[in-house]
Design a protein around this ligand. Sequence first.
Ligand code: R5P
Length: 292
Amino acid sequence: MLIVPGPASKELAARVATKLPAPVCPVDSKYFPDGESYVRIAGEVRGDKVAIIQSTYPPQDKHLIELFALLSAAKDMGAKFAIAVVPYLAYARQDKRFEEGEPITARTILQMIETAGADCLITVNVHKEDSLRWLKIPYHNVCCMGAMGNYLRQLNPRIPLVLAPDRGALELAQRMAKTMDAESNFLEKTRNRETGNVMTVEKDLGVKGRDVVIVDDVISTGSSVSNAAKICKRQGAAKTLVACAHALLANSSRERLKEAGVDSIVGTDTIPSDLSRVTVSDLIAEVLRKYV
Ligand code: R5P
């Protein structure tokens, strides 16, 4: 198997290649002066299985086009099996028609990945695993909550509570709590679809003097986790940590989290940044080994 690093995930691809282990196939990439993307697989892939690793964090549309182009190039050059490794799958949250006239963008993206030539998809904590049912190819939704829980456990949190900022994240919180040997709980949240404003209902969490880990799949504006953090602080929590699979952290979300009293943010390398404290490379390598 060859690892083909997409421009968005060069470091993660190198980690996966080392752990598998597998050789890395060089890729050239650039933007044309008009903004169009260029990629080139600069190695031999004929007759090989390839794993194209390309996360689709912002700029999502450019990263998606690069993914489609690499899949298409690999198949044109004779790769016998192409695995699309898309650690953060953009548009996954538009997984239904919330309002009449809207597209189901998650479905369209998955169909495009398949049409571009993917024979299999590997992703990490996709917003809702059920949305992957639109694929006709095999898929794997890897969960990084155990890896994050192991990291957080080493920080020796004080009588930790793992808190989901909404009901949808409760399963993630439970998985992380299991690894940390901690309790879990959740809050009720509603989002106004027009304004994007998030409302969270306060309830007694019993967090006085305890450390809280607020966990979500994605942090975008930071509204969901900052509402939860404010509730924890009001109720006397000691430290408030935030952990998420995909730290998009749009606009001024870091400041919002700071103002809400968040002490630290832990992310993964699905989106490379100074917050990527946990790597998903072992989890991806483990799935890829099934295809070697
Ligand atoms: C939504 O259900 C997701 O799981 C996240 O809770 C949401 O995307 C986080 O967005 P924000 O950071 O803008 O509140």
